[in-house]
Design a protein around this ligand. Sequence first.
Ligand code: ADP
Ligand code: MG
Length: 142
Amino acid sequence: MAIQRTLSIIKPDAIAKNVIGDIIRRFEENGLSIIAMKMTHLSAAEAGRFYAVHAERPFYKDLCTFMSSGPILAMCLEGKNAIALNRQLMGATNPKEAEEGTIRADHADSIDANAVHGSDSEENAAIEINFFFSDLDIHSRS
Ligand code: ADP
Ligand code: MG
């Protein structure tokens, strides 16, 4: 499997719980390298642009409000099979359905406040990485 890049976000709920280190440890222990990193606080409009693919979904407004409710940590992860591997480490969107030992099983409280974001395809990973980072911010280690 090729080396891929994916976008990870530690969401406001997990930042508030002070579990950045625990989440990053899981990435590094599973062969993913952080090649760009930025703490930021999105406005609701910026969160809306990031989640534009969900604009028609009933939860869109609440999602944008939540994602702009506090600081987030955006990261570009790099490694073998990074997109699917990150999704596996995250667990299911609804923490009640997330497999034991996943980030969401351990740190998420609800389907709204579910600790982390991860890109779901190569196409979306490229768009999402570009949303937060320029080429100058990214330091490949592959
Ligand atoms: P994922 O983050 O696992 O890729 P989606 O892309 O489907 O999940 O949804 C984006 C985010 O929108 C989810 O992480 C979650 O915070 C929120 N969300 C998804 N589905 C629901 C839902 N049914 N009710 C409330 N929030 C939801
Ligand atoms: Mg998604």
